[in-house]
Design a protein around this ligand. Structure first.
Ligand code: PLP
Length: 400
């Protein structure tokens, strides 16, 4: 449509939301659908957090707040960074937005000029490239293949850096692969970044608390304090406290950048929902039992799903370190034909045939920039996961 901006022609709708919508439509038509496409915990928000929100409403805390976050919330965020990450930030270095999504978007809009490059390891969260485009920049992809645990090496990062590189976006544990960088693996990247002072680091630590087994979460400014002055440490309450609908994300970094992000927010959305902010204060300051309880459940489900998927012909599923996703390869299924006669010539064809023929909704790997794979979100019950993996197994066994 000629009326729309040129920028918009470079942007596509979120494929994960598109798959979830399609699954919902099929279910509404009466199909027996198991949707493993949505990236949100299936648990309810903890009671103490809901109570804090109700109390905020009753106390009339329903007015505009400071644009980029209540002082009480900024204080709680500073305490969280100190307690959990050993990072010291002042409230003036903190910004609160409507979800982690708005935080990342504000930071890119605040900093990118036309032609500026942003390095994004693939597979990546679907929104990074489109946000970069919307902000006028150019995504530069670096592939982390299955063989290296879906992680990139220092050498690869070094090779991708040019004089135009503005940001390196880092996400560990990762959506979609669940891959988590150990301190040594991250150090390899921060050593490279130390040598390129014009490159800033945007670390998306949204899945920090979903780290399993021996894997220990770490974040760039903590691993390499020399990078503190050019790191934006981003996080949020959505995944950590089952608060996806409340829409609270936050970050901390250099004051000048935080100020610029606040200015963008002041001229677009203003403050995030006041009630949600009070709920987030309780999430960060209140009891933290939910985090360990949900982590244990997700770890058990991860083990279940990886085991079941590796029984499927043509599928290989490595064991991820965190998040609530697995990202199996379907290389062994490509070139075959499904029982209903669909040629499986790509991961998108695999996912479409799987949905049409078995009712299991997964997101195809091309959406995340690394193929041939698919992503399963295992944030659903053990019974549904077992049923879905059983259907995938039958589907794969039927490929000829
Ligand atoms: N970053 C990653 C890697 C995500 O997976 C998501 C949500 O799916 C977000 C950021 C955004 O989270 P929020 O719901 O806080 O906007």
């Amino acid at each position: 449509m000629a009326f729309l901006s040129d920028t918009l022609s470079r942007v596509k709708p979120s494929p994960t939301i598109a798959v979830s919508n399609l699954a919902r439509e099929l279910a509404a038509q009466g199909r027996d659908v198991i949707a493993l496409s949505a990236g949100e915990p299936d648990f309810d928000t903890p009671e103490n957090i809901k109570a804090a929100a109700k109390a905020a409403i009753d106390a009339g805390k329903t007015k505009y707040t400071a644009v980029d976050g209540l002082p009480e919330l900024k204080k709680a965020i500073c305490a969280k960074f100190e307690r959990e990450n050993g990072l010291h930030y002042k409230p003036s270095q903190v910004s609160v937005g409507t979800g982690g999504k708005q935080i990342l978007y504000n930071a890119l809009v605040a900093t990118l000029n036309p032609g500026d490059e942003v390095i994004i390891p693939a597979p990546y969260w679907v929104s990074y490239p489109d946000m970069v485009y919307l902000a006028g920049g150019e995504p530069v992809y670096v592939e982390g293949p299955m063989q290296t645990g879906y992680k990139i090496t220092g050498e690869q990062l070094e090779a991708a850096i040019t004089p135009k590189t503005k940001w390196f976006i880092f996400n560990s544990p990762s959506n979609p692969s669940g891959a988590g960088y150990s301190r040594e693996e991250l150090k390899e990247l921060t050593d490279v970044l130390k040598r390129h002072p014009h490159v800033w680091i945007m670390t998306d630590d949204m899945y920090e608390h979903l780290s399993f087994g021996d894997f220990k979460f770490c974040t760039p400014a903590e691993v390499e304090p020399e990078l503190y002055d050019r790191t934006l440490t981003c996080n949020g309450v959505s995944k950590a406290y089952a608060m996806t609908g409340w829409r609270i994300g936050y970050c901390a970094g250099p004051e000048a950048l935080i100020k610029a992000m606040g200015m963008i927010q002041s001229q677009s959305t203003s403050n995030p929902c006041s009630i949600s902010q009070w709920a987030a204060v309780e999430a960060l300051n209140g009891p933290q039992d939910y985090i360990t309880e949900s982590r244990d459940v997700f770890q058990r489900r991860r083990d279940l799903v990886v085991g079941l998927l590796n029984e499927c012909e043509g599928i290989k599923c490595p064991m991820p370190e965190g998040a609530f996703y697995v990202y199996p390869s379907v290389a062994g299924c490509i070139g075959k034909t499904s029982a209903a006669g669909t040629k499986i010539d790509s991961d998108e064809a695999f996912a479409t045939a799987l949905l049409n023929e078995t009712g299991v909704a997964v997101v195809f790997g091309a959406a995340f920039g690394l193929s041939p794979n698919f992503r399963i979100s295992y944030a659903t019950s053990d019974a549904l996961l077992t049923e879905a993996c059983g259907r995938i197994k039958t589907f794969c066994a039927g490929l000829v």
